[in-house]
Write a protein that binds this ligand. Structure first.
Ligand code: IMP
Ligand code: MG
Length: 178
């Protein structure tokens, strides 16, 4: 697996330090709110579970699964809901947890979808963002790291469902997917 990685972009230590900062910012900002953390499967699972350990106020968690990629490295632009939330979100203060924002298409869709279901507020926390690739302008309240336009894997991020279990974020060698 490590042979397919061109370079380690973010070490586990760097990620954990950032996740602690994000967790304490959220704990402070949402102290008197009805917080529901919505993890987007599967990419946000590792980041999301580390994040909620660093949230010190009461919160609920739920998950959604969407698809916009298939097995390619380019977004298809079409978002499909594969798994929806289990409970009503009316009046809840939601934070969507994402692994990475690329075009912004997925989150733009989810923000509208959750807002239409009468959430009190909907914000985003993402571990990574690729600002140079943005096609839709979205407001991201909490962001870990800005990253270059490279295909990244590890810490939950996959290529064709592999590499999610790497404990760091690495740049995938181009020959693996070209
Ligand atoms: P967007 O809708 O284009 O913003 O796509 C966001 C989704 O694309 C993320 O949740 C990831 O699943 C996937 N994605 C975007 N860039 C990468 C990458 O560099 N590595 C792995 N997955 C990525
Ligand atoms: Mg993915």
């Amino acid at each position: 697996m490590i042979r397919d990685i061109k370079e380690v972009l973010l070490t586990e230590e760097q990620i954990l330090e950032k996740v602690r900062e994000l967790g304490s910012a959220i704990s402070k900002d949402y102290e008197s709110k009805d917080l529901l953390i919505v993890g987007i499967l599967k990419g946000s699972v590792i980041f999301g579970s580390e994040l909620i350990k660093n949230i010190t106020i009461p919160c609920e968690i739920d998950f959604m699964a969407v698809s916009s990629y298939g097995n390619s490295t380019e977004t298809s632009g079409v978002v499909r809901i594969l798994k929806d939330l289990e409970h009503s979100i009316e009046g809840k203060d939601i934070i969507i947890v994402e692994d990475i924002i690329d075009s912004g298409v997925t989150l733009d869709y989810l923000l509208k979808y959750l807002t239409a279901r009468k959430a009190n507020s909907v914000e985003i926390v993402t571990l990574l963002t690729k600002p140079s690739r943005r096609k839709v302008d979205i407001n991201v309240k909490y962001c870990g790291f800005e990253v270059p336009d490279e295909f990244l894997v590890g810490y939950g991020l996959d290529y064709a469902e592999k590499y999610r279990n790497l404990p760091y974020i690495g740049i995938l060698k181009e020959e693996v997917y070209k």
